[in-house]
Design a protein around this ligand. Structure first.
Ligand SMILES: Cc1cc2nc3c(=O)[nH]c(=O)nc-3n(C[C@H](O)[C@H](O)[C@H](O)COP(=O)(O)OP(=O)(O)OC[C@H]3O[C@@H](n4cnc5c(N)ncnc54)[C@H](O)[C@@H]3O)c2cc1C
Length: 484
């Protein structure tokens, strides 16, 4: 093996969450020589620019909101002052701490097990890695795991804004909070960051060309999400002709309202939260011996094995574009690592119940599969609870929201839930675990519920569901035969 060529059992491209897990699992599953290739900085998207800094910013925003909300309880905390530099300093300090743990553990890997540089395919399982000192190292592998993640995508209309354009990659680097911010994109990232900024005293407007709210899908939950978020922030949906011009002191944004009125406003910064795209371009997948679709992404990918077609190539994490979440990246990394390590033996793994959470106020969550709208002969039933007058929600001054829990009509097995309301991030887990266990609505109704808790609202929804299902007999998960 020359310095410029490495022969390995498994090459993992990308040292993000999926890649790190895949690397570990490949070693634990028989591969002797595994190399983890990373072109960018170590530390993962989640810790550096994703989950952790965003939740740190949200934690500061929640602290500010608690002070504002204190008045309704007869508590007068005095005037609220937000030190933008201190807010950002804590975000960065804590973020750096999380990142340092990941960087340390990645750097602790044996040097033969890691390689810094950008990888591209030159043959089906042969990669060329351009290292930081501009050497080209050939990596000849028996199996390859692609775990290259995604990067923010910015629409052409915002690309000329220079240092006034922020994405989730740069917003957490600000030395202090901006005075004003236009967030373009009302998806999970846009709403989480937009609401946090608004609550931290930044004059924030969130724009979207569409009217769709993230995660929830039924019409009733869509309407409720729009109503609750529009009441809590400047949310401008269904705008058109959105244009941005760089000015000396910021950005002039112009747009057309849904009623056809032309508008404009000045902002210090624009945050593009307009989606993320798979990092495919550098990979030269046309040399990987796999069929590609019109976007240049692998055409066939099996979520149970993570294998690409029947090639010795596995794909894991956000790059897939399915469920771009940390726990899914880790789960896919695990499957990919096991199968790459054992290749050519490839095993199918059962995927977990889908679970998605938006850390907004109110929390929004989605669990399992949400059936398509009601129609003739529909095979499911829904139980609901309105949180407006739910006991504990009122007690804590958060009487708003709704939960819808779905079950199969034939056997009563829980299949999914849409949730908006106080602390649903925790209740979503209860439901995900129940669905994982194949629990029926009837069995869920028999579970203990402490009083007074927001979980009692779930019981109301489950009662409603069991009543509609007319489930009085001894039905259990085993009654749910194929095709139900
Ligand atoms: C603002 C924000 C908030 C988020 N909040 C949450 C949350 O609250 N909860 C949650 O579950 N998820 C959240 N996510 C999503 C979560 O961060 C991702 O699902 C997860 O980080 C994806 O991990 P990954 O391993 O697929 O990709 P990454 O961690 O992005 O790793 C991919 C790596 O591949 C490297 N790479 C790319 N191309 C090459 C190449 N050719 N050669 C070598 N290396 C390459 C990249 O440099 C990168 O380091 C959030 C994301 C963002 C942006």
């Amino acid at each position: 093996m020359s310095e410029n060529q490495r022969e390995v059992d498994v090459a993992v491209i990308g040292a993000g969450t999926a890649g790190l897990v895949a690397h570990r699992q490949a070693l634990a599953n028989g591969a002797q020589r595994v190399v983890l290739i990373e072109g960018g900085p170590y530390g993962t998207t989640c810790a550096r620019v994703g989950c952790m800094p965003s939740k740190l910013l949200i934690a500061a925003a929640e602290a500010a909101e608690q002070v504002r909300a204190a008045k309704q309880f007869g508590v007068e905390p005095g005037s609220l002052e937000i030190d933008g530099a201190a807010v950002m300093a804590r975000v960065q300090r804590e973020r750096d701490r999380f990142v340092s743990f990941v960087v340390d553990s990645t750097e602790d890997l044996d040097p033969t097990q890691r390689l810094r540089g950008w990888a591209r395919f030159v043959e089906p399982t042969t990669l060329e890695v351009t290292t930081q000192d501009d050497r080209a190292v050939r990596v000849v592998a028996k199996a390859v795991v692609i775990a290259t993640g995604t990067a923010p995508w910015v629409p052409p209309s915002l690309r000329e804004l220079g240092d006034r354009l922020l994405t989730s990659d740069s917003v957490f680097e600000l030395p202090t909070l901006p005075k004003s911010l236009a967030v373009v994109g009302a998806g999970v990232i846009g709403l989480e960051l937009g609401q946090a900024m608004h609550r931290l005293g930044v004059e924030t407007s969130v724009f979207d060309l569409d009217a769709r709210m993230p995660l929830v899908s039924s019409a009733v939950m869509q309407d409720l999400a729009r109503e609750l978020f529009a009441a809590r922030m400047d949310l401008r949906l269904r705008v058109s002709n959105l244009q941005a011009q760089r000015r000396d002191d910021g950005v002039l944004l112009s747009w057309t309202d849904p009623d056809g009125r032309a508008r404009e406003a000045a902002f210090e910064y624009v945050l593009a939260a307009t989606g993320r795209r798979p990092q495919l371009a550098r990979l030269d997948l046309q040399n990987a011996g796999i069929e590609l679709d019109e976007r240049g992404a692998p055409k066939y990918w099996d979520e149970r094995t993570t294998q690409v077609g029947d090639a010795p190539i596995f794909m894991a994490g956000d790059i897939i574009g399915g469920r771009p979440l940390l726990h899914e990246a880790a789960a896919e990394g695990r499957i990919a690592g096991i199968n790459a390590g054992r290749y050519p033996e490839v095993r199918a793994h059962v995927r977990q119940v889908p679970l998605g959470i938006m850390f907004s106020d109110p929390n929004v969550a989605i669990v399992g599969e949400i059936p398509k709208p009601e129609g003739e002969g529909c095979e499911w039933e829904v139980g609901e609870v309105d949180y407006t007058n739910q006991g504990r929600a009122r007690v804590i001054g958060e009487g708003h929201g709704r939960v819808r829990i779905y079950a199969r009509r034939r056997c009563g097995t829980l299949i999914g839930a849409e949730m908006i309301g106080p602390r649903v991030e925790h209740m979503a887990h209860l439901l995900a675990w129940s669905i994982e266990q194949g629990m029926t609505a009837k069995r869920a109704r028999e579970m203990p519920f402490y009083h007074p808790t927001v979980e009692e609202g779930l019981r109301t929804a489950i009662h409603d569901l069991a009543r509609k299902l007319k489930m009085v007999g001894k039905l259990g998960p085993l009654d749910c035969g194929p095709g139900t």
